[in-house]
Design a protein around this ligand. Structure first.
Ligand SMILES: C[S@@+](CC[C@H](N)C(=O)[O-])C[C@H]1O[C@@H](n2cnc3c(N)ncnc32)[C@H](O)[C@@H]1O
Length: 261
């Protein structure tokens, strides 16, 4: 494994979407090194969107990567969904999911969500409906000054971002400036749902180690409240099996739902 942690453009040249999906988004149980990470995330997304009690036109997912699990719960509340990423490989994987040719199945995630919602919806129909709601797959470099593709569709009624900002921001200060720009895309009263890891300095995909900003709960909360959001939900799942040799060194995963004033 290389000494330097991969980031940025490495997601277009080295990162393997199908390996990431097989490692972390294989099914609702996730990877054995990640404990109940995925189940926690899917339960928390469901809780956040039930609690937010919001309906709207446009939903944006920031840094979707190759995985659409982060918008399944949200998808029933919005008419148009926009996915986004920096990586050409991930953008291609998302386009393949939309046209039904991606060599990876999210079926267990759809199944889990429709069962939790308890309205008798069929998982395959829900996936089809979500495909139709995805109106565009947008390029964004969160470290650049302008996010022209994302801003061309603003304002959004809700923004979701999963495991992305800490993989991007080189410092808490830059995390804060990215957060400010995300909040600017939201309508007043709009909802932000962020899920991420605390205290993680790297994570492994295949044979490669990727960068992560090790950040604390207090920093996350003060960044988002400082950007004009009221936090309405904070869910936390500690990693009780943190030891060397694992695929990452995360202390735990959080999900935060907050509303723009
Ligand atoms: C850990 S993955 C998270 C993917 C997905 N949201 C999930 O929950 O599994 C981090 C994502 O951040 C994206 N990324 C890295 N640098 C970026 C940047 N400067 N701007 C936008 N996205 C970036 C990567 O391409 C990758 O898809």
């Amino acid at each position: 494994m290389e000494n330097q942690l991969l980031k940025g453009e490495d997601y277009s040249t080295v990162f393997e979407p199908l390996v990431y999906l097989a490692n972390y988004v294989r099914d609702i149980t996730g990877h054995e090194d990640q404990g109940h990470f995925m189940k926690f995330a899917m339960d928390a997304f469901h809780k956040a969107f039930s609690k937010a009690n919001t309906k709207g036109r446009r939903l944006l997912d920031v840094g979707t990567g190759p995985s659409i699990h982060s918008v399944i719960s949200a998808s029933k509340h919005f008419d148009e969904i926009y996915l986004s990423d920096l990586s050409t490989r991930n953008l291609k994987a998302l386009a393949e999911w939309k046209n039904g040719t991606l060599q990876h199945s999210f079926h267990t995630f759809f199944q889990y969500v429709v069962e939790k919602e308890g309205e008798g919806e069929d998982a395959t129909s829900r996936e089809e409906e979500m495909r139709n709601k995805v109106k565009d797959i947008l390029f964004v470099d969160l470290l650049s000054d302008t996010w022209s593709e994302l801003s061309s569709k603003q304002p959004y009624d809700a923004v979701v971002t999963s495991l992305c900002l800490e993989a991007v921001a080189p410092s808490t200060e830059i995390y804060k400036s990215i957060a400010g720009k995300i909040v600017a895309l939201l309508k007043p009263g709009g909802v932000l749902v962020v899920t991420g890891v605390l205290g993680q300095s790297f994570y492994i995909v295949g044979d490669h180690e990727y960068y992560c900003l090790s950040i604390k709960e207090q920093d996350i909360k003060s960044v988002w409240t400082g950007c004009g959001l009221d936090i309405e939900l904070w869910e936390w799942n500690p990693n009780n099996d943190r030891r060397p040799g694992k695929r990452s060194d995360y202390e735990g995963i959080f999900l935060m739902m907050a509303r723009k004033k």
